[in-house]
Design a protein around this ligand. Sequence first.
Ligand SMILES: [Zn+2]
Length: 87
Amino acid sequence: MGKIIFWIIVFFLVLLALRLVSVHKTRQDAKDRRDDEAHQAKNQRDDTPAQDTMIKCARCAVFVPKSTTVLTPTGLACNDSACRNRR
Ligand SMILES: [Zn+2]
């Protein structure tokens, strides 16, 4: 009888160990996924600086970030193809 109880205890200890390994792995996967998502979000972020000055386009009068403008004879203009074809 004592042997049976011993093996039942061993069986449940093995189950407990497997459960702990599984929980650890799940947590690790969740952490990896969070890290990946954070990394992707960082890469997908618009690289236009938030503090970029808005400039009025000399051709179409639309306000655009200064870093996206091009210098034209009439002043800074947006780099939009539809706007570039004006005049
Ligand atoms: Zn324009």
